[in-house]
Design a binder for this molecule. Structure first.
Ligand code: SF4
Ligand code: SF4
Ligand SMILES: [Zn+2]
Length: 277
C-alpha cells in the first residue's frame, strides 16, 4: 500500500492511495471522520442571556465551534480515569462575558488552558444590542465524530476511484468527446483522442465522453472507455481547524492498525481455544 501526497498543509490534504481495496479506502475515510478524538463544547452553563436567541439555540451554536486540539494532550472522555465526569485530562473550561451592542463571536470564548481555543476567532454566534448580555461558562470535552458530528475533525473527507481511460482503434479523432468533457481532460493528439498531460486525476468518471462517442453513430462500442481502478483512490481531506490534516490522517491510520491488531489477537485466541478443546 502506498500514499502519495499532491498537497499537504495544515488545512487540506490531497493524496493518492494505491495498492488498496474499496473496503480499506472506506474504512480509512470513516476512521478520519469518526474515530479521531477532538475537543468540542459539551456543557454550557448560562448565567445571563438577554440576546434574541434562546438558551438552547445559543448552546447549540457554541457546541459547533471547532476547538483547536493539541494532539496527545487529552484523552477521550470514555477512556479517562475520571470515568467521564470531566477533569483537566479530558476537558477544558471556557468563560464568556459580553455586553452589547455588537456581535458575539467565537473569540469571546476565553479558554482557561492557553494551548486551547476556538480554531477561528471570527465565527459569529449572536448579535446583541445595547443593554443585552451573554454571560456563560462552557466545558469542552474530548470525544469522537461517531458520537456527534461536532467532534468530527473534518469538514470534507472523501475519495473517488482513480480513473482509467482507454482509447481504442475505433477512434477517428472526430473530437465530439473533447467538446463534451466538462473538465477539459481530453484533446486530439497524433490523430486520436488523448488525455491532456496532468489532467487525468481531475476526471470525474461521469462518462459523458463515452456517451458522446456512441452518439456519433460509431456503433455499439465507443472509441473511448472510462473505468474505475478498484485499487487506487484519490482522497481529499479538509480539516475544520481543530487538528492539522496530517494529524487527522496519522491518527486514523493508527486507529485502524490498533483495531486490526486487536481483532487479530482475538481471532488467534479464539482459534487457539478451539484447537485446545
Ligand atoms: S468521440 Fe469517439 S471517435 Fe470521436 S474523438 Fe472521441 S473517442 Fe474518438
Ligand atoms: S469521464 Fe467525464 S470527466 Fe472524465 S474524461 Fe470523460 S467526460 Fe471528461
Ligand atoms: Zn477526565
Amino acid at each position: 500500500m502506498e500514499i502519495v501526497f499532491s498537497r499537504l498543509d495544515d488545512q487540506i490534504a490531497r493524496f493518492r492511495l494505491a495498492g488498496s481495496t474499496p473496503a480499506f479506502a472506506n474504512s480509512f475515510r470513516r476512521a478520519m471522520t469518526g474515530e479521531v478524538p477532538t475537543l468540542a463544547i459539551e456543557d454550557v452553563k448560562i448565567y445571563d442571556n438577554t440576546s434574541a436567541l434562546f438558551d438552547e439555540m445559543l448552546a447549540h451554536r457554541i457546541g459547533l465551534i471547532p476547538i483547536r486540539t493539541e494532539e496527545g494532550c487529552f484523552v477521550p472522555r470514555d477512556a479517562c480515569t475520571c470515568g467521564g465526569e470531566g477533569c483537566p485530562g479530558c476537558s477544558v473550561l471556557f468563560t464568556m462575558s459580553v455586553e452589547g451592542p455588537g456581535m458575539v463571536t467565537s473569540k469571546d470564548l476565553i479558554s482557561q488552558d492557553p494551548r486551547i481555543g476556538p480554531a477561528s476567532p471570527d465565527i459569529p454566534l449572536v448579535k446583541i444590542i445595547k443593554d443585552q448580555k451573554v454571560v456563560l461558562e462552557a466545558r469542552a470535552v474530548v470525544s469522537r465524530g461517531r458520537e456527534h458530528a461536532k467532534w468530527q475533525p473534518t469538514t470534507a473527507c472523501g475519495y473517488k476511484n482513480y480513473p482509467l481511460i482507454t482509447i481504442n482503434d475505433r477512434c477517428d479523432a472526430c473530437g465530439q468527446c473533447v467538446d463534451e468533457c466538462p473538465r477539459d481532460i481530453l484533446e486530439i493528439r497524433g490523430g486520436r483522442v488523448a488525455v491532456v498531460e496532468g489532467r487525468l486525476e481531475f476526471c470525474s468518471l461521469c462518462r459523458l465522453c463515452e456517451r458522446a462517442c456512441l452518439n456519433t453513430g460509431i456503433g455499439e462500442e465507443a472509441g473511448i472507455t472510462v473505468r474505475s481502478d478498484e485499487t487506487r483512490f484519490l482522497f481529499v481531506v479538509e480539516g475544520d481547524g481543530s487538528l492539522p490534516a496530517k494529524s487527522i490522517i496519522r491518527q486514523a491510520l493508527d486507529y485502524i492498525r490498533t483495531q486490526s491488531e486487536e481483532l487479530s489477537a482475538q481471532i488467534n485466541e479464539i482459534s487457539g481455544e478451539t484447537r485446545d478443546e
